[in-house]
Design a protein around this ligand. Structure first.
Ligand code: SAH
Length: 245
């Protein structure tokens, strides 16, 4: 019948929106990556659930679409927002191969918003979001996007800053940004396990970030020329006060 692609927020629980909770309550079957199913297993223990492993994205979406074609009301869950490095586009793509079904996307709090709130207010002015994963994007393209974002003085929010197979991507990204003209003392921050147990935020500089090890459950923020530390927090003023002076 239909697939609802639901963003759970960074940690589910408190960050789950009312609309997402409603969509999960309505679904007959909830499908998702094992770690995300675990986040909601307790609250939705009365529901039929099916979890699949990492890198099984296409199989997962196919299973969801096939169940919907067979008449079920299916919720496919993603962390954060399902349309931001999530499954939403893939569900639309895979569904092309089947008889028409209804597809709905329910938005969620993405790691950029969740992490920004922990760090202070780093995204109050223009920002760019780049994933450092080169599993699906050639590294040269990622480099070009980093250079352009640095030249345009965007605040940068980096998803997928590292993994086991690419431990040095953050260092390489920092080197590219420094070479593109960003100051070594640019205010930076990163947040690990946003909204989950072990949430941890660190403020730093671009020069120090270069030598920092982060894991795949981390979102990284690199300030613009306007970003500063206020009250121990990372803040990018929009310019309201400056306009008054
Ligand atoms: N759809 C998700 C993003 C999936 S890509 C969203 O909208 O948030 C996976 C990347 O997102 C991770 O490598 C990390 O950079 C970031 N991320 C997702 N959840 C996170 C969390 N709870 N804490 C820190 N970073 C997170």
């Amino acid at each position: 019948m239909r697939v609802t692609v639901v963003g759970l927020g960074p940690g589910a629980g408190r960050d789950l929106t009312g609309r997402a909770r409603e969509a999960l309550e309505q679904a007959e079957l909830i499908i998702g990556y094992t770690a995300y199913i675990e986040l909601i297993r307790e609250e939705f223990s009365h529901k039929e659930m099916r979890s699949t492993g990492m890198r099984k994205e296409v199989d997962r979406c196919r299973a969801a679409v096939e169940e919907a074609v067979a008449g079920k009301d299916v919720a496919m869950v993603c962390s954060g927002d399902s349309g931001i490095y999530g499954m939403a586009a893939l569900v639309y793509e895979v569904a092309q191969e089947y008889p028409p079904i209804e597809i709905e996307v329910v938005p969620g709090i993405t790691a950029a918003c969740g992490g920004a709130a922990v760090l202070g207010a780093p995204l109050t002015h223009d920002f760019a979001v780049v994933s450092l994963s080169d599993l699906l994007t050639p590294w040269e393209k990622i480099e070009r996007r980093l250079i352009c974002a640095a030249q345009a003085d965007f605040v940068l929010c980096l998803y997928n800053p590292a993994s086991h197979s690419r431990p040095d991507h953050l260092r390489r990204a920092c080197d590219i940004l420094l070479a593109a003209g960003k100051a070594p003392d640019t205010v930076c921050g990163f947040v690990q396990n946003i909204g989950r147990e072990g949430e941890c935020a660190v403020l730093t500089t671009l020069a120090a970030l270069r030598d920092t090890k982060v894991d795949m459950f981390t979102t990284v923020f690199i300030g613009s020329g306007q970003t500063r530390v206020l009250n121990g927090k990372m803040v990018t003023p929009r310019g309201y006060l400056q306009r008054e002076n």
